[in-house]
Design a protein around this ligand. Sequence first.
Ligand code: ATP
Length: 302
Amino acid sequence: MTQEPVVRMRDVSKRIGSKTLIDRLTLDIPRGQVYGFLGPNGAGKTTTIRMMVGLMSISEGDILIEGASIKDRFEEAISHVGAIVENPEMYKFLTGYQNLLHYARMSPGVTKQRIWEAVERVGMQNRIHDKVKTYSLGMRQRLGVAQAILHRPKLLVLDEPTNGLDPQGIRELRDYLRVLAREEGTTVFVSSHLLSEMELMCDTVAVIQQGRLVDVKSLHPEAGEGRERETAFEVSDPQRAAELVGSGRVEGSQLIVSADREAAAGINTKLVMAGIDVYAIQAVTRSLEDQFLELTGGKDIE
Ligand SMILES: Nc1ncnc2c1ncn2[C@@H]1O[C@H](COP(=O)(O)OP(=O)(O)OP(=O)(O)O)[C@@H](O)[C@H]1O
């Protein structure tokens, strides 16, 4: 299996009139990941997604899906995509299963066995024969995802899927997206303005603000990654310490430097040699939330 990224965005811009909604966005989405697209309201997430799935034209640049350009080889590129961008259309008076059967008839090669598999992937076995009008928002969304994956897309795109879900619903969403990434090797691209959810749900998060990519972070909570290592030195003269080290920021009597254990030991020696008293050395971790707030200036996030 190729390890090429599933999606390559290259210098993608979107302009409407004199307004630049997306400004030279370049991004690779690696295979098999749950990949988050995080940004405050109005940052351009939906616009980007609409361009990815062909609902909006690209002003400049290109998006390749499994190597196929969404501009030049649309049919091929889009055959690899399953998406829920707007609310999926469902027949409320039919059961979930009848809805899937209906969609399957429109997708060549989707067998009843595959429908059942999709139902299992989203954990809907117990409710699939109930009418859609009896479903909660979370259940409707699961049905939407089951429908979107019927044709075994390599990429599943979900725009703000946590909106309107309660905490339990969000946890379930996260669990079945993980199942999809693991069991089917589906790459999941999910947008959100909810940082805490992204942190729990995603392997990687790309941060967008005012149409520009501002950061890409790898998140592996179990290994404590996604948290930048910093070390705080409590010193007699923090200002002079900062000048000496040549980096970091001063907070009260502390100099805070981006440094791992080894680098911290070196800095300590340097400070002591320069006659600065070091009273305490402490590792500090900045959560993605802190980093995000710093990047976006605290604008519009929850
Ligand atoms: N058709 C349009 N014409 C002009 N401006 C638009 C159009 N569609 C979106 N915008 C503007 O582009 C910016 C990005 O919007 P977009 O919906 O992509 O943001 P978003 O990150 O998805 O935010 P939200 O979570 O609020 O939907 C916003 O300022 C929005 O007002």
